[in-house]
Write a protein that binds this ligand. Structure first.
Ligand SMILES: *Cc1c(COP(=O)(O)O)cnc(C)c1O
Length: 232
């Protein structure tokens, strides 16, 4: 059976190939290891192998892991749905939040970010598949939200994030990833200094890289199958 390190190395190799195939620069695409539901020990193992970016989805689990692993120089990314009554822990512990879809959450994170810490990097989550039950700001509302978030003092708007349609149809996925790329360019043309497209997961990493992703969020391909499904 493949070990955690075997799977990690295989994902790194797949990512390198996707970067070559997509004619991207290796320095332009980062690997975020999504460790939700897996033990802190697994994170420690990957850290020893050189991985520094880890993503978590659930506030309580995030709190426990950041405490258990506080001796490591991990860059913590919060990528789960965030309720306004649970922002404080994230404001105090995360380096990045990928899932801003309304101003209220961004305002709370900015208010609660400790003054002695660097600004919190954030991405706006876009409901790129335009499904009513999904989180995310609509494509039409991205610019207004981006401008409002940009104005907040203790957070730094870095870019956009999406979870595309749950489909294997490459044509549909490609269209959605390319639309994300267009939205990022639109923000840049509007004068916002954004540089991040957080898209691509275990199943669609290569396609996302070909479409301009700068950060792929990979969970199960590295850590193995999860017993519970992601809730967002
Ligand atoms: C769980 C999760 C991932 C990782 O998904 P895999 O299919 O396991 O790679 C990426 N992004 C978000 C927002 C997630 O919740």
């Amino acid at each position: 059976m493949a070990t955690l390190l075997d799977r990690y190395k295989a994902v790194q190799a797949q990512l390198q190939q996707a970067i070559i195939d997509g004619q991207r620069l290796a320095t332009d695409v980062q690997l975020l290891a999504v460790s939700k539901t897996f033990p802190a020990e697994d994170i420690r193992t990957l850290y020893t192998a050189g991985q520094r970016l880890f993503g978590e989805n659930y506030v309580q689990e995030f709190a426990e892991k950041t405490t258990d692993l506080s001796d490591l120089a991990i860059e913590w990314h919060f990528i789960g749905a965030l309720q306004s009554n649970k922002t404080r822990m994230v404001a105090e512990k995360a380096h990045w939040v990928h899932t801003i879809d309304r101003l209220k959450i961004a305002q709370r994170l900015s208010d609660q970010r400790p003054n002695e810490m660097p600004t919190l990097n954030v991405c706006l989550e876009v409901n790129i598949s335009d499904e009513p039950q999904k989180h995310g700001v609509s494509a039409e509302a991205v610019l207004d939200l981006a401008q409002a978030v940009q104005a907040l003092p203790n957070i730094q708007l870095r870019g956009l994030m999406c979870i595309p349609s749950a489909t294997d149809d490459i044509g549909i996925l490609k269209k959605q990833f390319e639309k994300m790329n267009t939205l990022l360019s639109m923000l840049q043309q509007a004068g916002l200094s954004v540089d991040t497209l957080s898209m691509g997961m275990s199943a669609d990493m290569a396609l996302a890289v070909a479409s301009g992703s700068t950060m792929v969020r990979v969970g199960s391909a590295i850590f193995g199958a999860r017993s519970s499904k992601p809730t967002i």
